[in-house]
Design a protein around this ligand. Structure first.
Ligand code: 13P
Length: 310
């Protein structure tokens, strides 16, 4: 059965969640890859940059982060005085796991003069080793702030590194990491989707392969994709990112048609959060995400530099 916020059992759950949210003085942040019913109960939904900005400025005592580990860690780094809850602690990010801290440390040692930029999809320790943090929404802007003669070491997404290097015209040394969900999308998928929907514009995330990005009408963060589709007069779009984005795209644009570039683009980690788990988190104030203070202080510098620039 399709679980929606409007089914009777979910309606009761949502009521309880909202009452506990009030009791706990909590704010619920949800990434746009979350299941639709989770996005519908959130105070704020958006991309990694927008959600980290909300986490930094919220006055709430508790942040319930409906997303994956690195997002909750980022919220905890920015707001250490708050309780940060990740309703399913096993919700990880395979891309972040592709850059283990020890390997990142030895790469940095090899190139001590390079400026280190880490994508927000990385562990807190990797952020603590970095000069700057970035998200898909501001990677180009951050790279452009680095003097042209400097080399940049970019962790961990090689496709975002490629996109950023092309746009910023900086010398970027990529790390061989990738998001398995975006990596699934091939040039052939795009050609097939374009044959089926010849009028549609192609909007993709920069974690997609370069040969996919080369065919796109727009490349941007999830928030950028939603903004582009909402502001553009075109009526049809092929979307190259995780399927959760269809929820806000359709909700904000009922008069437009959106087609997945591949229906296989589903991040299983993002789908681990359920309404039941959100309620449990609020009731029990667990599982909490806490970043050790020494790592937090160092990673905060990289994050604050990013927030100042963007
Ligand atoms: P955005 O910051 O564009 O939402 O991307 C987050 C992400 O994890 C992409 O895989």
């Amino acid at each position: 059965m399709n679980n929606t916020t409007s089914s009777p059992s979910n309606k009761n759950l949502v009521k309880e969640i909202l009452s506990w949210k009030k009791k706990r003085e909590a704010v619920i942040l949800a990434h746009v890859y979350q299941p639709g019913e989770i996005q519908d109960i959130a105070d704020f939904t958006g991309d990694s940059l927008f959600l980290s900005q909300q986490a930094a400025k919220t006055k709430a005592k508790v942040i319930v982060f409906c997303g994956v580990q690195f997002m909750a860690e980022t919220a905890s780094i920015l707001s250490p005085e708050k309780i940060v809850l990740l309703p399913e602690i096993k919700a990880g990010c395979p891309l972040a796991d592709m850059a283990p801290a020890e390997k990142v440390k030895s790469k940095i040692k090899e190139l001590p003069k390079a400026v280190v930029i880490s994508y927000v999809n990385s562990s807190a320790v990797v952020k603590s080793l970095s000069d700057y943090c970035c998200t898909s929404a501001n990677a180009v802007q951050i790279a452009r702030s680095i003097p042209t003669e400097k080399e940049i070491l970019f962790f961990p997404d090689m496709n975002l590194a490629d996109f950023t290097a092309k746009k910023s015209k900086r010398k970027i040394i990529p790390w061989p990491g990738f998001c398995p969900t975006h990596y699934l999308l091939t040039r052939d998928d795009i050609i097939k989707a374009k044959e089926l929907h010849p009028q549609a514009l192609l909007l993709v995330h920069p974690e997609c392969r370069p040969e996919v990005c080369n065919l796109a009408d727009y490349i941007g963060s999830t928030r950028g994709i939603i903004k582009f589709a909402s502001n553009n007069p075109a009526k049809e779009y092929i979307i190259g990112t995780e399927m959760g984005i269809f929820h806000p795209l359709k909700k904000n644009n009922p008069d437009k048609d959106f087609f997945p570039a591949s229906e296989n683009m589903i991040c299983q980690n993002m789908k681990l959060i359920t309404l039941e788990k959100v309620l449990h988190s609020l009731k029990k104030l667990e599982p909490q995400v806490i970043v050790p203070e020494d790592i937090r202080k160092k990673s905060l510098k990289a994050l604050n530099r990013m927030i100042e620039i963007s």
